[in-house]
Design a protein around this ligand. Structure first.
Ligand code: GDP
Ligand code: MG
Length: 315
């Protein structure tokens, strides 16, 4: 894939506006979600979570483009069989869907009649998530006779009103540059969620912040529908000991939100820490002493000074 090509596309269509989006890749098992994500991230300026299988419920990778930042969430597949085991997977996929700006729905074009695809269709039709744009990619087109593709595209267009349908091959790389530029086009205008310089330097800080942000969102998305900001203040290994001190601040916009994040008697903040700590420990491969603060920074989402402080703007 060619960065220059994407850049031109972005510049002509959006002027100089930067775009940033969480992109949840969903689809039944074996449609090629992981292959696609790896392929999209197999290039400079990308970052992938260090221990995908063991620690991260949803695997996250970031593609930094000159005009956009795409944060990919690879989700476990959804299918109907094996009910109990899959409840967890479905929950995790649903959460990734709810958290996303764009849902990239993958189908296997060589097996277009799989009943498990219907499960996803049902989820989308239920109206969850509401705010995300859905883009459908028909993967594995290298295995499909060309004349079969157009009718297939038409059929899916009728089944659900997606924003775009794009035939791709994740293994061969066919049409991936186009897919990427379509994702950028549909990404909301906004600053990067994470400053690229910080990512290349200290990815572990990013994953700590992301783990905490995910827990806050998972526990409180009804009460706090907008993303909170998390700043990791310190990651200090204690010399000669299997222990790392991690300090982070969760920023909210109002006192009332601060009370919600802390919870009665500090219970909610404890819960957030208890859920995030094992993930951080697995990533750092040490035990972790986690200290969390909650601070109010009024209007941080629009405040230039605050954005600089979080590193979202050049100082
Ligand atoms: P996931 O379960 O959705 O994450 O699927 P994987 O990424 O693990 O892929 C499942 C299988 O499909 C693997 O054997 C991949 O090599 C294969 N696969 C993925 N994309 C393509 C493609 O574009 N063409 C072909 N022929 N195979 C693919
Ligand atoms: Mg996978």
């Amino acid at each position: 894939m060619d960065v220059t090509e994407s850049k031109q596309e972005t510049t002509t269509r959006t002027g100089e506006e930067f775009r940033a989006a969480y992109v949840a890749i969903i689809g039944r098992p074996n449609v090629g979600k992981s292959t696609l994500m790896n392929r999209l991230l197999q290039q400079k300026l990308s970052i992938v979570s260090p221990r995908p299988q063991t620690t991260w419920h949803r695997i996250l990778g970031i593609r930094n483009l000159p005009q956009a930042q795409l944060l990919f969430l690879d989700t476990p597949g959804m299918h109907k069989s094996d009910a109990v085991f899959n409840q967890g997977l479905v929950r995790s996929a649903r959460r990734a869907m709810a958290d996303a700006d764009i849902i990239l729905w993958l189908l296997d074009a060589s097996r277009p009649e799989d009943p498990d695809d219907q499960l996803i269709l049902e989820q989308l039709r239920e109206g969850k998530p509401t705010r995300a744009t859905v883009i459908l990619a028909l993967n594995k087109v290298d295995l499909v006779e060309k004349p079969l593709l157009l009718p297939m595209i038409d059929r899916w267009r009728e089944a659900y009103p997606v924003a775009e349908i794009i035939p791709i091959s994740a293994t061969k790389g066919d049409n991936l540059a186009r897919l990427e530029s379509v994702l950028v086009q549909h990404a909301p205008v906004g600053r990067p969620f994470y400053p690229p310089e910080e990512l290349s330097d200290r990815p572990e800080r990013f994953f700590i912040a992301e783990s905490l942000r995910e827990k806050v969102f998972g526990l409180l998305h009804e009460e706090l529908p907008y993303a909170v900001a998390v700043q990791v203040e310190a990651v200090r290994a204690r010399e000669g000991r299997d222990l790392t001190d991690v300090e982070a601040t969760i920023y909210v916009e109002k006192e009332s939100q601060k009370a919600i994040v802390i919870g009665a008697g500090g219970q909610m903040l404890k819960k957030i820490g208890a859920l995030a700590r094992p993930e951080i420990e697995a990533m750092l491969e040490t035990r972790v002493f986690l200290r969390l603060w909650v601070k109010v920074l009024e209007g941080w989402r629009t405040d230039q000074v605050a954005l600089k402080r979080f590193g979202y703007l050049e100082p």
